[in-house]
Design a protein around this ligand. Structure first.
Ligand code: UGA
Length: 427
């Protein structure tokens, strides 16, 4: 089928490339010429494992082509809108890019099925006044987006006409998603499914972080609590890792956007408010653990090592990252040195914008050397592999704050490390 994709950000490029891989004839449109040129050369403007190989292959085999001209979408049967919906200061989503894309498509190809894939507040797709509107939310996790696309848990399509929904689902036919995992509904319900999913996942993490804080006070271990809860198949063990809190470009933005929608509809979303508040405090809690360790050792720590800046491993994305929240707070009083395998450049840009200057190390060893404490904030594989004795050897004071619970507290203590981990309350 001939498919158009408007917007070649992370969602648009993954979607376009994967549809090409499934055999469709894909045209990706972006208004930024630099991106268009890169894509046509087989270079991905974003970091996403496995994507560049697929892109190169499909460009070479001529199933994918990028353009900045809407005229090139005039033969497409189905056009996906995958442009950004950045948050406004009020938490509301800025829909101007979505609306502009819809207007341009109406002018060039008014009969196409126009599918909104961008995450938009419920009601948006219908408000675009398209002839054949549809909504098909994405559930792609950064770092594993290609795999999430190729092996989806479910497909959700909201449309006014059943035949349009069926055409959209047909695009995914080769993925062989079981019938009972395909949901056909109206566009507004499809839009809410996306927000409800992200808000629930964020709530699940805030919930376990709240349990972690209780564990620390009563002498229990949240990792075991999570395991015990997760074995109940109604709860499930995924997304129950307590830590320094969730970040990224989606959870915070989406929870705030759906709160805004609720308030506009005269409903006070109390759970969602707490999901945000607990998460914000969780980053600060990691700092409190460090300060408690300084008190216990009766030292005035000054030099802090931060391991991990990305909002999660395997990405260079630092948007809304717990590490940045922690650094912004710590930078007022402490001297910070940070390391991350790939997210240093993005961190520099973000922090310099706020006038915050810290030191960066080329490797974790240099980062730890002579510091008064280490805060582990992103659970990169290479940090999991650090032999515990190296913390003791390299740090000036062997204080290790495990913000993701990746080390064994017992082992750390055995090696003479002053260990504190989120949700570890055992003495
Ligand atoms: C999230 C959703 O998981 C995707 O399903 C969704 O499609 C995507 O948002 C989106 O809306 O586009 P993503 O933001 O890439 O994906 O990252 P996640 O893997 O969900 O992680 C989010 C944050 O939660 C990270 O900071 C991670 O460290 C944290 N997290 C995750 C925890 O603190 N504990 C956990 O148990 C799991």
């Amino acid at each position: 089928m001939k498919v158009g994709i408007v917007g070649t950000g992370y969602v648009g490029l993954v979607t376009g490339t994967c549809f090409a891989e499934l055999g469709h004839d894909v045209t990706c449109l972006d208004v930024v010429m630099e991106k268009v040129n890169k894509i046509n050369k087989g270079i991905t403007p974003i970091y996403e494992p496995g994507l560049e190989e697929l892109l190169k292959k499909n460009i070479r085999e001529k199933r994918l082509f990028a353009t900045s001209n809407y005229g090139d979408l005039k033969d497409a049967e189905i056009i996906f809108i995958c442009v950004g919906t950045p948050p406004k200061p009020t938490g509301e989503s800025d829909l101007s890019y979505v609306r502009r894309a819809a207007e341009q498509i109406k002018e060039t190809n008014p009969d196409a099925i126009v599918v909104v894939k961008s995450t938009v507040p419920p009601g948006t797709t219908l408000s675009l006044n398209l002839k054949n509107p549809a909504m098909n939310p994405e559930f792609l996790k950064e770092g594993v987006a290609v795999e999430d696309f190729m092996k989806p848990d479910r497909l959700v399509v909201g449309a006014l006409k059943k035949e349009n929904a069926e055409k959209v689902l047909k695009l995914y036919e080769k993925l062989k998603v079981p019938q009972d995992r395909q949901i056909v509904t109206d566009p507004t319900t499809a839009e809410l499914i996306k927000y409800a999913s992200n808000a629930f996942l964020a709530a699940k993490i805030s919930f376990i972080n709240e349990m972690a804080n209780i564990c620390e006070r009563i002498g229990a271990d949240v990792k075991v609590v999570a395991k015990g809860m997760g074995l109940d198949s109604r709860i499930g063990e995924r997304f129950l890792n307590a830590g320094a809190g969730w970040g990224g470009s989606c959870f915070g933005k989406d929870v705030k956007a759906i709160m805004h929608t609720a308030i506009e509809a005269n409903y006070e979303p109390k759970i969602l408010e707490s999901v945000i508040e607990v998460n914000y405090n969780q980053a600060l809690h990691v700092i409190a653990l460090m300060e408690r360790a300084f008190e216990e050792r009766k030292i005035k720590g000054k030099r802090i090592a931060i391991l991990g800046l990305a909002f999660k491993p395997d990405t260079d994305d630092v948007r809304d990252a717990a590490a940045l929240r922690i650094i912004r707070e710590l930078a007022k009083e402490y001297e910070i040195t940070a390391h991350d395998p790939i997210a240093i450049e993005n961190t520099k840009k973000e922090l310099e914008r706020d006038g915050i200057r810290i030191h960066y190390s080329r490797n974790w060893e240099e980062c730890l050397k002579n510091k008064d404490a280490c805060l582990l904030i992103t659970e990169w594989k290479e940090y999991r592999e650090i032999p515990l004795k190296r913390f003791k050897e390299l740090l000036a004071h062997p204080i290790l704050i495990d913000g993701r619970r990746i080390y064994s507290p017992e082992e750390a203590k055995k090696r003479g490390i002053h260990y504190k981990g989120v949700g570890y309350g055992k003495k």
